[in-house]
Design a protein around this ligand. Structure first.
Ligand code: TGC
Ligand code: FAD
Length: 387
């Protein structure tokens, strides 16, 4: 009989090390105690639960795979389990963690100078500084190579012009990792909050990822010192390599959202009587629950192997694309099905699936839409670009 709240039908537990299990269990406890009790209210109020940031930092959840600078130095499977557990609580909070870790701390760690690392990584790890990642632009996020934001050298400084949109953590970020076109190709820059010529504007009326702050970033002759350029980022492959980190975390994270929906649908089916029988006694309901478990189990095995490849330094970014596409689709389908199995009650925030479903509409779009990931895998199979 599978565990209801956190299904593990194939005893994947036995494939985890003691350290990996320990990390997962401590995040699981944190989510049960601090995230799940407030997630629906935060969603309804469109409120980012900033009060959780210090607790998450204390648990070592930011930049957890990095070494030094106060980071935990965990392996990638442990990192994936962290993402799974956080998203079992809330996709917006997982998004915050993905951006802080994979899209801000990672590029500073990989492409930054020693001074940039010393200045930002310890503060970001402690949650005392918050970061955002500005790549997408209004013309179309799927094609970042066509970016319009420019950076021009003026004396020793760089001057940025242009705008980014749909940026997670935008207005609450102390530091923005911004990608801009220069005469020598795409480069990355650290833009600090309050820098003259730099403004943010929050995007409202969102029906998805309501617990996460999303903003546009505007650069109007924004002058930043030369030392704020990321010295080792030399082309578009730098921001794309950051996306690989975030996509990897998403592929794990959405399993948490799917687990939560499955578990709630199962619970309701155990207690609701229709046509003189409990719902769990209906064949059609059993088929739907079995199908959810099938999809969750295959997604769990997929990311575990992906994580082992990543830890061995053998992971290819097209493998991450397949996992992001498969697992987000799996979670979105399960959320919709769970919503339906709860009937009319399922459209209220008294139950989780409607919130998960709406949030997953973002997750299927950001970090590469489903079509983009299909085309990345298609290119890998055929060698032909079809973007
Ligand atoms: P393309 O020719 O494919 O690549 C240019 C160079 O980059 C290398 N590369 C990668 N490296 C590491 N990881 C990846 N995922 C990489 N993808 C490509 C590639 O090998 C090449 O290197 P080199 O040395 O030969 O120059 O570039 P393209 O312009 O044709 O782009 C192709 C495409 C469509 C795959 C790319 O533009 C793409 O991935 N588009 C989707 C954009 C996207 O996902 N944006 C996400 C923005 S961030 C976000 O959504 C945050 S959400 C918050 C959260 O995570 O929770
Ligand atoms: P478009 O690129 O305009 O795509 C529109 C449609 O066209 C999609 O269905 C797409 O699949 C399809 N399409 C595109 N190209 C092709 C093709 N070649 N063939 C067939 N179909 C195609 N970005 C950041 O940089 N940083 C962030 O922190 C960030 N956070 C986000 C948070 C939220 C809540 C959201 C919703 C988005 C966020 N994004 C962020 C932006 C996100 O990465 C983009 O939304 C995404 O890359 C898609 O870009 P787009 O929305 O402009 O859609």
């Amino acid at each position: 009989m599978p565990d209801v709240a956190t299904p593990d039908f194939y005893n994947i537990e036995s494939l985890l090390s003691e350290d990996e299990r320990h990390v997962r269990d401590s995040v699981r406890r944190f989510v049960d105690k601090h995230v799940l009790p407030i997630a629906s209210d935060c969603f309804e109020q469109a409120r980012f639960p900033a009060e959780l940031v210090p607790k998450m930092a204390e648990l070592g959840l930011f930049g957890s795979t990095l070494t030094g600078y106060g980071c935990a130095g965990l392996n990638n499977v442990a990192y994936g389990l962290i993402m799974q557990e956080i998203e079992r609580g809330d996709s917006g909070l997982r998004s915050f963690t993905s951006v802080q870790s994979g899209l801000v701390m990672y590029p500073i760690f990989r492409y930054g100078s020693d001074e940039q690392k010393e200045r930002w990584l310890p503060e970001l790890a402690k949650g005392k500084a918050i970061g955002c990642f500005g790549l997408s632009e209004p013309h179309g996020g799927s094609d970042p190579g066509a970016m319009f934001t420019t950076a021009r050298k003026q004396g020793e400084d760089w001057v940025l012009n242009g705008s980014k949109t749909w940026i997670t953590n935008g207005s609450i970020a102390d530091v923005a990792v911004v990608w801009a076109r220069t005469e020598d190709g795409v480069r990355g820059f650290l833009v600090e909050k309050g820098n003259p010529g730099y403004e943010t504007l929050d995007i409202g009326r969102k029906f998805s990822l309501r617990t996460s702050v999303t903003s546009s970033l505007h650069f109007d002759n924004c002058r930043i010192p030369a030392e704020n350029e990321l010295p080792l980022a030399r082309s578009l492959s730098a921001p794309l390599s950051c996306l690989t980190q975030a996509r990897y975390g998403i592929a794990w994270g959405v399993i948490g959202a799917a687990m939560a929906c499955y578990s709630e649908a199962l619970d309701v089916a155990h207690h609701r009587t229709l046509f003189r029988e409990l719902l769990i006694e209906k064949q059609a309901i059993q088929v739907r629950l079995a199908d959810m478990l099938r999809r969750i189990t295959t997604a769990q095995l997929l990311v575990l192997q992906l994580g082992r490849l990543k830890d061995a330094g053998e992971m290819h970014h097209a493998q991450v694309s397949l996992a992001k596409w498969n697992n987000v689709r799996m979670a979105l389908d399960i959320a919709r099905d769970a919503r339906d199995m709860i009937g009319a009650d399922g459209i209220t925030l008294e139950h989780g699936p409607i919130r998960r479903m709406l949030d997953l509409e973002t997750v299927v779009t950001y970090e590469g839409t489903q079509s983009i990931h299909q085309l990345i895998v298609g290119r890998e199979i055929t060698g032909a670009e079809a973007f």
